[in-house]
Design a binder for this molecule. Structure first.
Ligand SMILES: [Fe+2]
Ligand SMILES: [Fe+2]
Length: 492
């Protein structure tokens, strides 16, 4: 596929000119192109918050279109006419066995066939209209099944309700449709704005994205529990709050602050531990509290107080989530490394702290409902959804990023930290003044996700990469290798 320039395309669409391109297979390149095109389109109409929903939905729609074409190609290699009712079941069984699960195996045949998917966007009077057309005619039975599922999906209140019913559905298409409908409802786009049309020579999926959205709120019991949970989380202990006031006051003396820390042994040991950690490298080992205060400075001490207090509250209240904290430590290290590498000297510690606390909402979510959280994680991985937050929103009604934000606000965290926690999966939603920090945390989290095989490189927002000047896959991999090596060297 020839890749048209996204900025020119966006300008064209804004002028009201239609834009389209075709592909035979949903390669990473195509997905990446669609994502970055829509990141720009949504940013230009102030709807960037729709990006994750949109990319998830459009991926499902495109996969269905490619799958429909692949089915025809596969049937013809078997010598079965797809309209032959008697042999249809046989063909489908073979298709499932040979193609589903290793879809890339059919890519060469698709390429050599006349089957194509055409993707088009046009700005209409009320919003954007996206059409995904495949040049194979859907069978009446397939169409009936899809309509039935769509109809049913409109009535589900949340994803968990739908999950049991459709998970082991025969053709595996049910989950995608339910997901699409629920995401559309939840985002305010509305389920009625998605249609499938059976043409004479083709099948068309139409998605209209209105400029005016009607948000629909998922209210689940788990969501209520989670909100009550956030409400019940204790505030920081009085001595920590007092310390924060002291740190913020330029008149305070080091002795005064050190004495205050020293009366709390747990806090003292946490402060020493973190002062000696990678985030605040000072070159020499810090042994005492006054040294720590002197060397790392009041601003950093304040950050350390925040991180240690937040963690100790969560650890006391919930079982210890070693894995999450280990992940956060690594993200913090990477985020700091990214800030250093791109000479963002003002935000190095902020990026570190943002990384340390970015997933705190996950702990609250996991503690409230482990079962749902695990199901979400499975689906996100299976369906290559870029972030778990959209799934959390339609299953639970709130994402771990938003839970984190609420908690961070409750604890009176500084704005950059609230933003880093809230937007670590949706960096383009961050305000410009916090973007350096948020982007560092976001990218660090992606890199760690790649290591644990939850993410792939092409999930990364182009805008983040271009801000850091990472313009090629090799530059991306180099940065990753560099961070990984220094992290491992430190661990030894
Ligand atoms: Fe996260
Ligand atoms: Fe994370």
């Amino acid at each position: 596929m020839a890749i048209p320039n996204t900025s020119e395309t966006v300008a064209k669409i804004k002028r009201g000119e239609p834009f389209s391109f075709s592909f035979h297979y949903l390669s990473e390149e195509v997905v990446r192109y669609i994502n970055s095109l829509f990141a720009k389109i949504f940013a230009s109409v102030d709807q960037i918050f729709l990006l994750d929903t949109f990319t998830t939905v459009i991926r499902e729609i495109c996969i269905n279109a490619v799958k429909a074409n692949a089915k025809r190609v596969f049937f013809s290699t078997l010598g079965i006419d797809i309209g032959d009712r008697q042999r249809y079941a046989e063909g489908i069984a073979q298709f499932k066995k040979n193609v589903i699960g290793h879809f890339e195996s059919i890519e060469p045949e698709l390429k050599n066939s006349d089957y194509r998917v055409n993707f088009s966007v046009k700005k209409g009077p009320n919003g954007l209209v996206i059409q995904v057309l495949n040049n194979s005619v859907i069978q009446p039975e397939e169409m009936a099944r899809i309509s039935m599922r769509m109809e049913k999906a409109r009535h589900y209140e949340d994803f968990t309700e739908a999950y049991e019913e459709i998970y082991d559905d025969a053709e595996g298409a049910g989950l995608g449709i339910v997901l699409t409908i629920l995401l559309l409802k939840n985002s305010g786009i509305g389920a009625e704005n998605f249609k499938m049309i059976r043409g004479e020579k083709d099948t068309r999926s139409l998605l209209a994205i209105p400029f005016e959205l009607r948000p629909w709120e998922v209210t689940t019991t788990i969501k209520k529990q989670i909100l009550a949970e956030v409400d019940g989380i204790p505030t920081f202990p009085e001595n920590v709050m007092e310390l924060q006031r002291l740190c913020a006051n330029p008149e305070s003396s080091i002795t005064e602050i050190s004495d205050k820390i020293a009366v709390d042994p747990a806090l003292s040991s946490d402060v020493l531990k973190l002062s000696n950690s990678a985030g605040f490298i000072s070159g020499k080992r810090i042994e005492t509290i006054p040294e720590a205060v002197k060397i790392i400075g009041l601003k950093n001490l304040n950050a350390i107080l925040l991180a240690t207090s937040a963690r100790s509250i969560l650890d006391k209240r919930y079982s210890r989530f070693e894995q999450i904290w280990a992940h956060c430590n690594k993200v913090a290290f990477y985020a700091r490394g990214i800030a250093l590498k791109y000479r963002l000297s003002k935000i190095v510690e902020n990026a570190f702290l943002g990384g340390l606390l970015h997933d705190l909402g996950k702990i609250i979510m996991l503690s409230t409902d482990l079962g749902t959280t695990n199901k979400i994680a499975d689906i996100v991985k299976d369906r290559k959804i870029r972030t778990s937050t959209v799934m959390e929103e339609i299953s639970v009604g709130i994402s771990h990023a938003s839970i984190g934000r609420l908690t961070a606000e409750k604890w009176g965290f500084p704005d950059y930290l609230v933003e880093s926690i809230h937007n670590h999966h949706a960096p383009l939603n961050a305000e410009e003044k916090h973007r350096d920090t948020v982007f560092c945390v976001y990218l660090a989290n992606i890199l760690c996700g790649i290591e644990s095989r939850r993410y792939q490189m092409y999930y990364t927002e182009d805008e983040v990469l271009s801000r850091f000047g990472i313009l090629s896959d090799s530059a991306f991999n180099e940065l990753h290798a560099e961070l990984k090596n220094s992290f491992e060297a430190r661990a030894e």
